[in-house]
Design a protein around this ligand. Structure first.
Ligand SMILES: [Fe+2]
Ligand SMILES: [Fe+2]
Length: 411
């Protein structure tokens, strides 16, 4: 396979030389380029095929946000990663939709290598010809929900604030009602009652609010009347439950807020590919459902036979195009293919896989075809197989709480 090229941009020569040393063992499989400022990086980009740009945020002259905005416009195939010391609200606001992933600075060598390998593997999966053909045969992809687009616009505005975000949600009355119903539902397990969108934004944070607005928008835009092959309400409940399970499994194992938030976001969106496939190609999807039921295979396997790709890959493709964070895209893409996920650790894709499997263990009647089996070998390798019993118990408790509550009903 052709070697991939990664470009690092940092104004501190010491950091660049440190990276050079750190990455030496990876030189057999990858090429690295280094630039000390934005214009030098753009010159390299103009002359060479660059697969990934990893840039510092704070640089004199053109900063990381400005550089990656240009890269997005002119070299959209390149993966864009931002290295930043303290990711403050301002820099986050300016990089929404521009950056695939943030990495804390100084970069931990193990994490940096993982992020590079995973992002490149995802790029290859997405470049798969069959998947490309399938997605182009879907025709026009659903556009982002309007309120979500407005949110993104506000976040790009340097003067945008959390209050503005709340105001946009408030203007969409149906969305506000749904959001409050959802965040106050037992699945969320919040102790305070949330009274208003601004309260929700402040308490839950931007990423979670954005994901909620997105998932509510997608479900209402692609709304499909329930039929015997596809029950959209069941999928909605499954998505909410998987998100709640994933968040709690994550919080049980780690204090890392990013992992917990991304597990929740990915849980909400992990099966969005099913919605997309069914809404765009209902007859073919019916064939997949029939195949899964009759030949006792998993729905993912039947989708692969009928469409050439499963809902995970299709959903990951769409969510990637919409510019959601890398861990969410990876989780959606790999939740049925953990064996092809590079260097798994306890991270959102593994958490979503576990939450999804546990959901169908607890609710076998909701599964089409054979349920996916928990990847025990992988959990064993992570020394976590004996944690599963506790996770199942946690999920049962959440489900019992959620069952008493209809806040998650999509009607
Ligand atoms: Fe799935
Ligand atoms: Fe699922």
């Amino acid at each position: 396979m052709e070697k991939k090229t990664i470009l690092f941009v940092d104004d501190e020569p010491n950091i660049l030389s440190g990276l050079q040393r750190m990455l030496r063992p990876m030189r057999k499989t990858m090429n690295f380029q280094f630039a000390e400022n934005g214009p030098a990086a753009l010159e390299i980009l103009a002359n060479e095929n660059i697969d990934m740009v990893i840039s510092d945020m704070r640089m004199p002259g053109m900063d990381g946000a400005a550089l990656l905005t240009i890269v997005k416009k002119q070299y959209s195939h390149a993966i864009r990663i931002m290295l930043s010391g303290q990711a403050n609200e301002d820099s986050i606001m300016r990089t929404v939709g521009v950056v695939h992933q943030f990495l804390a600075k100084p970069a931990d060598p193990v994490i940096l290598k993982q992020v590079i390998k995973r992002a490149l593997a995802l790029q290859d999966t997405m470049a798969n010809k069959q998947l490309g053909q399938l997605v182009s045969s879907i025709g026009s992809l659903p556009s982002l929900p309007k309120t979500y687009v407005k949110l993104q616009e506000t976040l790009k505005d340097p003067d945008g604030s959390l209050t503005d975000v709340a105001k946009i949600i408030e203007q969409d009355l149906a969305m506000s009602v749904k959001l409050l119903q959802l965040v106050n539902s037992a699945f969320f397990g919040l102790y305070n009652h949330i009274e208003s969108p601004s309260h929700a934004v402040n308490l839950l944070g931007l990423d979670t609010i954005k994901a909620l607005v997105l998932v509510m928008g997608v479900f209402s835009e692609l709304k499909i009347p329930a039929n015997k092959f596809f029950d959209v309400n069941k999928l909605w409940l499954h998505s909410m439950a998987t998100a709640a399970f994933a968040k709690n499994i994550a919080a049980h194992e780690t204090d890392d807020k990013e992992i917990i938030d991304n597990a929740f976001i990915a849980g909400l969106l992990h099966d969005v590919g099913k919605l997309l496939l069914f809404s765009r190609m209902p007859e073919k999807y019916e064939q997949a459902v029939i195949l899964a039921n009759e030949s006792h295979c998993s729905l993912e396997e039947a989708e692969r036979q009928i469409f050439g790709a499963c809902h995970g890959h299709v959903g990951g493709y769409l969510i990637g195009l919409w510019g959601l964070p890398g861990p969410a895209v990876e989780s959606i893409t790999y939740h049925h293919h953990l064996d092809s996920y590079p260097e798994p650790s306890f991270c959102p894709p593994v958490i979503i896989h576990a939450a999804d499997c546990i959901y169908y263990q607890l609710n076998p009647e909701n599964c089409i075809g054979e349920p996916q089996q928990l990847n025990e070998q992988l959990l064993e390798n992570l020394n976590m197989l004996d944690h599963v019993e506790r996770w199942v118990k946690l999920c049962k408790e959440i489900q019992a709480r959620g069952g008493e509550d209809d806040g998650c009903n999509n009607n």
